[in-house]
Ligand binder design. Structure first.
Ligand SMILES: NC(=O)C1=CN([C@@H]2O[C@H](COP(=O)(O)OP(=O)(O)OC[C@H]3O[C@@H](n4cnc5c(N)ncnc54)[C@H](O)[C@@H]3O)[C@@H](O)[C@H]2O)C=CC1
Ligand SMILES: O=C(O)C(=O)COP(=O)(O)O
Length: 630
């Protein structure tokens, strides 16, 4: 890096997240009855000055007069500002220190508070250009140094002229006055810094946008504290995912777009092109074709339990870990199943409809307690097992059938075959997963094997049950009542109609796939899935991924992490280690996990290494994806 590049960095809302004079007002006006009004006015004057809409020096004088600040307020202001240094500035202290000869803070703020903040980040005192306060004898702040060019309109331009920097000048700031430096021909590039505030008229003029200092450094090939600017990670969330997830991703610095409904394959192929993280629920299908259109996809998040709608193998082969929320809505489904079992046992759906039609039908006929009844749970996974516990607590006798060996909870009785279960129980409830082999696993034969007048519930997946057979069984009276939450064809959005032969049958509860739709569950999911995804992006952890070799990695400390995903064929690990040896890389730790298709190798290396290793790693035969993390 030659010395002929200069970086001009603004202070308020750029170096720090806040405007220092607003903060000063919070302190100086503490307890004043009209504090809020005054602060509003100060903010208005600040915004107007920053947007280049009013005379700077006049506005500044007005602001200081309103603030009624005192010298004694400054230590408190400084400590507040220290807490409010912009995130990306905070993490890039190394750049600020390393390039301190070329970095200038140019601000219309005041040295009294700027100097103690920025010098902590390696900025040279001689490179700080700002105003200074004027005080009266009691120490009250009464004004500013009117001789200082930075107190004048177009002050930053005048200052840059006087600096006469011989080289390329890059300006990074949020305000119009920062842009004006470039407009006046005194800078080669202006970057609108939008990490803290976005000023529309500034962004409109700016040729470059820097949502973080990382992005500025990345674009200018300068050393960064992190391997990739987070603002370059774009997230697409479909199907009304809870806003908490949006908040979590935005807080991390990602760009987030949301769409309320599901997308068709064709729509998703179009939308997915530049998406880094895709979040879906049960309705959107992530097919091989969709993945072929994805150029930057790193993760798929299923903001639900089921992942049958995702081609997990295709994701694996493309080096894309998929995460779901295996436990977040379990309880919600179970509670709904319990509620429906009781409602159906009492014939409530029909009784309720009759009441709505003014019909009073008080009778005990066909109405039963659930106590001592036999409940048959098909699929004894997380939901099935939890249901087993709650059902027993209500005095039900629980039977279950699963294709794999499962821990028998409480007094639940295991059945060796599905038909054994069907012949024994009064109520059958399905909680299998939606794997393709389960398509139509429950049809005419299974209904026929059930006891006469039994109840039937499906809250798992629509394609698991042959709807025609269910309809026939209800019409014939074989099935005395049913609760169905999931359907082979479900509307993609709430504005599409629901069609099904199950409509208008006796003692049938139909619900629009809401087993997991409680606010508690949705918020839990929205916490869980982004955490897993961000952990993968930030550390390479694949723990709890549904398709990827699971590795729980130690925290990355004082090292760079090479993350290599490859087809699981013999010899790849040897090739990787050959590349590392050829480049004399010092390995600090190495972790490997494979499954039948993919190998996942993480190598932590000493920070000093020849960058050639990065290219060489990408060239290792059978590489699917490679990235470096620090
Ligand atoms: N209605 C809704 O809103 C919701 C529906 N679900 C559905 O419920 C399913 C189950 O959820 P979890 O219990 O958390 O999953 P899980 O994976 O813990 O349990 C599924 C169980 O079903 C068993 N199984 C699979 N095929 C079977 C078959 N043919 N016969 C017998 N057992 C079989 C598996 O061995 C496993 O033990 C999810 O996969 C999802 O499709 C989940 C949440 C909400
Ligand atoms: O968690 C699941 O698998 C569900 O079926 C819930 O799906 P949803 O998020 O409501 O579309």
């Amino acid at each position: 890096m030659s010395k002929d590049k200069y970086f001009i960095i603004d202070f308020d809302s750029t170096f720090t997240k806040v405007e220092a004079l607003d903060e000063l007002g919070e302190i100086s006006l503490n307890g004043a009855p009209d504090k809020e009004q005054i602060l509003q006015e100060v903010k208005r004057l600040t915004d107007s000055a920053m947007a280049g809409q009013s005379s700077f020096s006049e506005g500044l004088a007005k602001r200081l007069a309103l603030l009624k600040a005192h010298q004694n307020h400054l230590p408190q202001l400084i400590s507040r500002l220290k807490e409010n240094v912009s995130q990306s500035v905070r993490r890039n202290k190394e750049f600020l220190t390393q390039f301190s000869d070329q970095i200038f803070i140019v601000s219309s703020g005041f040295k009294e508070f700027i100097t103690p903040i920025v010098t902590e980040y390696g900025i040279k005192e001689a490179n700080i250009y700002a105003n200074t306060f004027r005080y009266d004898e009691q120490g009250n702040i009464t004004g500013f140094d009117t001789e200082n060019v930075l107190s004048l309109d177009k002050g930053k331009i005048k200052l840059l002229e006087s600096l006469a920097l011989a080289g390329d000048v890059y300006v990074l700031g949020d305000g119009y006055t920062d842009y004006e430096i470039k407009e006046a021909g005194l800078a080669n590039k202006f970057y609108a810094f939008t990490e803290n505030v976005v000023r529309d008229n500034v962004v409109a003029k700016a040729e470059h946008i820097a949502p973080s200092l990382d992005e500025f450094l990345y674009q200018n090939k300068l050393p960064m504290a992190i391997s990739y600017p987070k603002n370059r990670i774009s997230v697409l969330l479909l199907e009304n995912i809870h806003p908490k997830a949006v908040e979590m991703f935005r807080r991390e610095g990602y760009q987030v777009e949301t769409i309320s409904g599901a997308l068709s394959e064709e729509e998703l192929c179009e939308k997915i092109k530049n998406v880094s993280i895709l979040g879906i629920r049960s309705k959107t299908h992530v097919t091989r074709k969709v993945l072929e259109h994805a150029n930057r996809l790193m993760n798929v998040g299923a903001f639900c339990i089921g992942t049958n709608q995702i081609d997990l193998d295709a994701c694996l082969e493309a080096g894309i870990p998929v995460f779901n929320a295996p436990y977040s809505n379990t309880r919600s489904v179970v509670e709904m199943a319990i509620g429906e079992i009781i409602m159906l046992s009492r014939g409530i759906p029909d009784k309720s409809s009759k009441m709505h039609q003014s019909e009073w039908d008080k009778s005990a006929a066909g109405s039963f307690e659930v106590r001592d009844k036999k409940l048959g749970i098909v699929g004894y996974g997380n939901i099935g097992a939890q249901l087993s516990v709650l059902a027993e607590a209500m005095g039900m006798e629980v039977y279950y059938y699963d294709i794999v060996e499962k821990l028998q909870l409480g007094n639940a009785r295991k059945c060796e075959t599905l038909h054994e279960l069907l012949s024994k129980v009064d109520i059958v409830t399905l909680h299998v997963d939606g794997r393709p082999e389960n398509k139509n696993m429950f049809g005419a034969k299974e209904f026929a094997a059930m006891k006469d007048g039994a109840l039937f519930l499906n809250l798992s997946r629509g394609h698991v049950v042959e709807i025609e057979a269910l309809v026939e069984s209800i019409k014939s009276g074989k099935i005395r009542g049913a609760g169905v939450d999931v359907f082979p064809e479900e509307p993609a959005t709430n504005s599409e109609p629901f069609e099904s032969e199950l409509r208008n049958l006796p003692n049938v509860i139909l619900t629009p796939h809401i087993g997991g739709s409680t606010l508690e569950a949705q918020e839990n999911i929205a916490n869980f899935v982004p955490s897993r995804i961000m952990d993968y992006i930030n550390s390479g952890n694949t723990y709890q991924s549904v398709n990827f070799p699971n590795i729980q990695l130690p925290e990355l400390k004082n090292a760079h992490r090479l993350i290599h995903i490859h087809a699981n064929v013999p010899g790849v690990l040897a090739s990787i280690n050959q590349v590392l040896a050829n480049n004399h890389v010092n390995i600090l730790g190495q972790y490997l996990k494979t499954n039948e298709r993919v190998g996942y190798v993480i190598t932590d290396i000493d920070k000093e290494y020849d960058k050639q290793v990065v290219n060489d790693m990408k060239q290792v035969p059978h590489t699917i994806k490679f990235r470096i993390l620090y």
